[in-house]
Every structure is written in C-alpha cells, then in structure tokens.
Design a protein around this ligand. Structure first.
Ligand code: SF4
Ligand code: SF4
Length: 356
C-alpha cells in the first residue's frame, strides 16, 4: 500500500529548502500581485491560497530553451568549406513541481501523448519529464471560472501526479502515487500518518459533494466538426478577440513552439520558444499566403483542436483541463465555456433542422 504522511503547513518551506539543495523546485509564489509558478525562493515563500495565473507547464516545456549550441569554422583556402560543430544541451538534474493543481497535473498527461508518445519522443521533454516529480494540491473548492468536472477531471483528481496533498486542519495529508512520490515522502519533514488515509479520502469526498451537476463537454468532437464550414459562427465567436495570445500562454495544455537560430559571429544557439496560435503570424507562410487569415479561422482552430482534433487522435481525451485561466485572464472576457456551449447548441439545431 502507498505511503501516507502528514506535512504541517509551517514545514512546507523548510522541506522545499531541503529539496532545493539537489533539485530545481518550482512552486507558486506571489509576484507583483499575481501568483506565478517560479523557482522556489525561501524569501518569497509559496502561495497556495488560489490557482496560480501561470501554469506549471514551464517545468516540462520552458518558455524558452536552448536545444543545442553551434560553432562554425570556415576553411580559408579552396575548396571553401564550413565545418559545423554541434553541442547538444539536454536538460540535466531533477526537479520538483510543488503545488500544482489537479488540472495542471492532468495537463501534463496531455503533453505526454504528444512529446513522449509511442511514435515521437522529444528528448528534451522526456528528460525533463523523467526527472520531474509532481506534487499536486487537491482544490478545496472550485473558482467561478473552473470547469474541470465538465472535461473529465475533478478538484481532487490525481491523474498525472506523483504525490497528492489533501488539505486538512493545519496541514496536508500527502499520499505517494508513484515510486518518485514514495522517494519524496521519505523526508523527515513529514510525520507518519497512516491513520489519516481515510480522513483524507473523506475530505476529498466532501469536496466532490460541492461540485455542481452540469453538462459535460466530453464526446463533442462531431459537433464541432459539423461547424467547421460555418465561418459565420466562428466570426461571431471571435468578434471581440484581440489576438493577444494571453489565453495560449497561460493555458496548461497549449504546447505549440517556434524554433529560432541566434547567431553571433561564428557561434550561436538554436532555441525553442512558446508560440501562439491566436496570432496572425502563426501560420503566415514565406510566400505571404496565410491559411488562417482571420480571427475566425484562428478561433476555430484553437477550440477545434482542444475539443475535436486532439480527442480524435488521443482516445477522446480533451486538450482542455478546465482550469479557467483563459476565462479569468482574457482582456475582453472571452469565455471558452460559452463558445463551446454555443457550438453544441448550433450543431444540435442544425441536426434537428436536417431531420425536419
Ligand atoms: S486572451 Fe482573449 S483577446 Fe487574447 S487572444 Fe485569447 S481570446 Fe483573444
Ligand atoms: S483552454 Fe482555457 S480552460 Fe482549457 S486548459 Fe486551456 S486555459 Fe484552461
């Protein structure tokens, strides 16, 4: 049976300090009035009171990473040749993500299917993934913008986590879910707490009792596909969008990247950076042609990918975990839940019309 321990709230910072000695520790912290996932700093502490604005995805897919460095040498005599020496920069060292929420941990499994699947294994991603331990904090309640329950998750879902923390008075019951989780719970910062296993389960069941009964967004691939050609619908849906990309950068399941070479003289590096499919330049081709020229095309792609194309490729798993970050941080209050609900309604209406 898996290990269960208790961590007092006041012992979190000393434990993370202990872990920081030989690992990178990422945790949510206050930063200028916002909660961001960043490297643990004892002076700043951790902030667990609400969902962080930025997701934990940077632990596995950093906003900017060097894929390799290069050095070129040219022969000065004919036949002129350029020799290129590559120095790979595979990520090294262990990491701990502390204080991820169930939606964040679940999102990492959505990345796994793309970057660490049977056909394609991205060496940078897999190195980070294998070396990372995810410590997830069950949510005591859902925010107004949360909808994990409508996309296959829940506030206490353990999918993708190595340790699940359940809040109890003055601390957290920690349950190891994987060997990596077991290793972390060997620290002396934890108290033995086998007797709290049932109490933690009861606490999680009480949290689940407060999840409202509401319609699900699962199994709607066909609905969205049937609206593919209805550009008028997408035009209306995307009307207020500013194409700023905040929704994509803050989304724990958005994984698109761009590749750039930065060269200085004879040396340089190839970097991978997060990209943003809501930008008009995302699909702009060298010829000047753009297959997604309008906001309507781009909105259709973003929503279609999360609720239709990805599930079709990956056993009906949605590429949205319902964290609500895109809802609470959009400057024009675009609400993806309303857009998806409207799409369902529109598709149902079209189907009924076809039967008349
Ligand atoms: S955050 Fe809002 S305005 Fe910005 S691209 Fe996303 S939907 Fe459009
Ligand atoms: S689409 Fe919005 S609600 Fe869904 S996972 Fe991304 S940020 Fe969260």
């Amino acid at each position: 049976m898996s290990t269960v321990r208790f961590l007092k709230a006041r012992d979190i910072a000393p434990w993370l300090e202990e872990l920081s000695r030989d690992r990178t520790v990422l945790a949510p912290a206050q930063h200028g009035g916002t909660i961001v996932f960043c490297e643990f700093d004892p002076a700043r502490g951790v902030e667990l009171s609400q969902l962080s604005t930025t997701p934990a995805k940077r632990a596995l897919l950093p906003p900017c990473e060097t894929l390799f460095e290069y050095e070129t040498t040219k022969t000065l005599e004919p036949p002129y040749k350029t020799h290129v020496e590559l120095r790979p920069t595979l990520p090294q060292g262990k990491a701990v993500v502390f204080g991820a929420r169930p939606c964040d941990a679940r999102a990492m499994q959505i990345f796994d299917r793309v970057y660490n699947g049977e056909q394609v294994k991205d060496p940078y991603y897999t190195a980070r993934r294998n070396n990372a331990t995810i410590v997830t904090l069950a949510c005591s309640e859902q925010d107004d913008t949360c909808f994990c329950d409508r996309v296959g998750g829940s506030p206490v879902d353990a999918t993708g986590s190595d340790v699940l923390l359940t809040p109890l008075k003055a601390g957290y019951v920690a349950e190891a879910l994987t060997p990596k989780g077991e290793e972390l719970l060997q620290s002396t910062s934890f108290m033995k707490a086998e007797g709290l296993r049932q109490e933690a389960l009861n606490a999680r069941n009480r949290i689940l009792e407060h999840v409202p009964e509401r319609s699900s967004f699962l199994d709607m691939e066909r609905n969205l596909l049937s609206l593919f050609g209805d550009l008028g619908f997408w035009d209306k849906t995307a009307e207020a969008c500013l194409s700023c990309g905040a929704c994509t950068y803050l989304c724990p399941t958005c994984y698109c990247f761009n590749i750039t070479d930065e060269t200085r003289g004879e040396s340089g590096r190839r970097i991978r950076t997060w990209d943003n499919c809501m930008s008009s330049q995302f699909t702009l081709e060298g010829s000047g042609h753009n297959p997604r020229p309008t906001k309507a095309h781009r909105m259709r792609n973003r929503i279609g990918h999360k609720f239709s194309y990805y599930p079709q490729l990956h056993d009906k798993t949605l590429a949205c975990v319902g964290c609500g970050r895109c809802v609470s941080n959009c400057p024009v209050s675009f609400d993806i839940r309303n857009a998806v609900a409207c799409a369902i309604q529109q598709a149902d209406a079209a189907r009924e019309h076809a039967h008349d």
